[in-house]
Design a protein around this ligand. Structure first.
Ligand code: ATP
Ligand code: TZP
Ligand code: MG
Ligand code: MG
Length: 264
């Protein structure tokens, strides 16, 4: 499975990120660290052209505007025409009606390969109830496996719900990943960067469940290694070490993977 980690480094896929202003720099550095090639392009005059030459497209609504969503739809449709995978991160869906509405618009107009969000965001686009505070998931009493399954069937794609445990499912096969570290919740953009890392892996692996599970586990392992030497200092040092560890992750790290397969 982790062969893919090395392949991304060897093949250096171009990843087109239409993402939010909070995480742009961190996302570009994180993608460089795993061996991918990041590009950000938003203007409606070029978004579709950039999507067409990329290995995968990321649509992230973290600081959305109506104009940006129009560009995202142009890029998404261009990617769909060329069968280029599109990853959707519905940041803050459910927090405001605008975010939920725009998420639904994107999902209606663009064929998405993978949705990656926290439980509250996935619940919001699926029409389920879950507490949300801004862009952070609150508590909910449902099962995240059931929620992910419901979303996968509803949108006909792979769904990744992250949190302490991560669920990856296409509605048929389901993996639960237990890698990661709590410090990831103290650095903004770690969910957004993960969506872009998943995009880099899915650019080279057509099996989107396998691509996403590998990406989520490798990412969590890098966080565990970073925390081992920086947790006592705090999130600032962790963030820097995390980028360093992402740049070293390789197929040899599969021994640290904690991936449970609940449905084959
Ligand atoms: P939120 O805004 O709710 O924090 P997010 O979009 O930032 O959501 P997260 O769910 O925080 O995304 O996921 C980002 C990364 O952090 C994932 O790799 C996930 O596995 C990891 N993660 C999140 N919470 C924990 C935790 N309590 N313990 C370990 N890893 C975690
Ligand atoms: N506000 C709008 S987008 C954003 C914030 C704080 C970044 C969210 O990043 P993540 O990865 O979901 O924590
Ligand atoms: Mg988080
Ligand atoms: Mg997020």
């Amino acid at each position: 499975m982790f062969q893919l980690v090395n392949e991304v480094r060897e093949k250096n896929p171009l990843i087109h990120n239409m993402t939010n202003v909070v995480v742009t720099h961190f996302t570009a550095n994180g993608l460089l660290a795993i061996g991918a090639s990041p590009v950000m392009a938003y203007a409606k005059e070029e978004a579709a052209d950039m999507a067409r030459i990329s290995g995968a497209l990321v649509l992230n609504i973290g600081t959305l505007s109506e104009t940006e969503v129009e560009s995202m739809i142009l890029a998404g449709k261009a990617a769909n025409e060329q069968r280029i995978p599109v990853v959707f991160d519905p940041v803050g869906a459910g927090a405001t009606p605008f975010r939920t509405e725009m998420s639904r618009k994107i999902l209606n107009e663009v064929k998405i390969s993978i949705i990656r969000g926290n439980a509250a965001e996935v619940a919001a686009i699926t029409g389920e109830k879950w507490e949300i505070k801004g862009v952070d998931a609150g508590s909910g009493d449902g099962s995240i496996v059931e929620l992910a399954n419901k979303a996968a069937h509803l949108f006909g794609c792979t769904v990744v719900i992250t949190g302490k445990e991560d669920v990856i499912t296409d509605g048929g096969r389901t993996h639960i990943v237990e890698n990661g570290h709590e410090l990831l919740t103290k650095v903004t953009g770690t969910g957004c960067l993960l969506s872009s890392v998943i995009a880099a892996y899915t650019a080279l692996e057509q099996d989107s469940v396998k691509a996403a599970a590998t990406a989520v586990s490798a990412y969590g392992i890098a966080a565990e290694k970073a925390a081992a030497t920086t947790a006592y200092k705090g999130p600032g040092s962790f963030q820097i070490e995390f980028l360093d560890q992402l740049s070293k992750i390789s197929k040899e790290d599969e021994v640290y993977a904690k991936i449970k397969t609940t449905k084959e």
